[in-house]
Design a protein around this ligand. Structure first.
Ligand code: NAD
Length: 285
């Protein structure tokens, strides 16, 4: 939704490293003067009876009204009496498609160059929720210009690891999609680098980093904010704010390629805020 020339978007900083990496997005958006006004929502401290989860009804309403949002990782407390926070968001908001692009980052060397894969994971049904249909063949018949092939999951894993170039887009049920998209993240350097988008009806979209709350490094200013930054870039592309998206995307890639200021997970010793500053300094090109 838009107010006074800027677009209102929900921001869930989330738990663990979430607030640190969300701060990085905010700082970079400020530096670029992105026309987005954040409606910030934290996970509740108690279960909201209206949602049966730690996600409050108000938060859910914010996403419904804005139609767009960005979320950090959320820790799902282990125990009974409430639903998984992520599943609550996906189900309540009808975010049925999880889109996970996995592109090699130039300059950051991994086992493979030129990985260019998109996993589209069904997000609300399947093994994780006890609901299964599948419908892929019917849809594929309507789009004869897209080559459609079926591969059994075990063979798919073997093929991906041998040669990721064999695939372009992987359409997966919920559980397989979860596993395969982490495998793809591994091909390009790990969970700190991969963005994703949860997309539903009428373009409702909630972008999020793929990784979790990283409790081992939380609060230490050590987290790599790249995944949430690239998720924020996906959000800007979704909003057709392509210029800002491209500016931020290029600057992130340049900062990684320079190798001068990298976080620990990428073999460097920079803090999350050092790395954020380096990205801001590189915005000029
Ligand atoms: P994790 O992704 O939090 O951590 C796995 C490893 O990767 C850790 O060593 C961590 O330090 C590292 N890591 C992850 N993100 C990083 C980043 N941005 N920068 C640097 N290093 C990073 O996975 P986990 O330990 O299995 O899960 C921890 C918590 O996160 C659990 O409570 C789980 O429920 C939650 N989780 C949430 C989401 C989500 O909200 N989408 C996804 C996965 C896990």
């Amino acid at each position: 939704s838009s107010s006074g020339g800027s677009i209102k978007a929900t921001l869930f900083p989330g738990d663990g490293i979430g607030p640190e990496i969300a701060e990085s997005v905010k700082k970079i958006f400020d530096a670029v003067k992105v026309q987005v006004e954040w409606d910030v929502h934290f996970v509740g401290k108690t279960v909201d009876p209206k949602t049966g989860s730690y996600i409050t009804w108000d938060s859910m309403e914010s996403v419904r009204q804005c139609g767009i949002g960005l979320k950090g990782p959320m820790a799902t407390p282990i125990g009974k009496g409430h639903k998984s926070l992520n599943l609550t968001l996906r189900k309540e908001l009808g975010l049925y498609a999880n889109v996970r692009p996995c592109l090699s980052i130039p300059g950051y060397k991994t086992r493979y160059d030129n990985v260019d894969l998109i996993t589209i994971r069904e997000n609300t049904e399947g093994e994780y929720s006890g609901l299964e249909h599948q419908c892929c063949r019917e849809v594929a018949e309507k789009y004869s210009d897209i080559v459609y092939e079926e591969v059994i999951i075990d063979n798919c894993c073997m093929m991906l690891v041998k040669n990721p170039g064999l695939f372009d887009v992987l359409v997966m049920p919920n559980l397989y999609g979860d596993i395969i998209s982490d495998l793809c993240a591994g091909l390009i350097g790990g969970l700190g680098l991969t963005p994703s988008g949860n997309i539903g009806d009428k373009g409702l979209a909630l972008m999020e980093a793929v990784h979790g709350t990283a409790p081992d490094i939380a609060g230490k200013n050590l987290a790599n904010p790249t995944a949430i930054l690239l998720s924020a870039v996906m959000m800007l592309q979704h909003l057709k704010l392509d210029e800002s998206a491209e500016l931020i995307h290029k600057s992130v890639l340049k900062t990684i390629a320079e190798e001068k200021c990298l976080t620990g997970d990428l073999g460097g010793s920079a803090t999350c805020s050092d790395y954020t500053k380096a990205i801001i300094d590189n915005l000029g090109g």
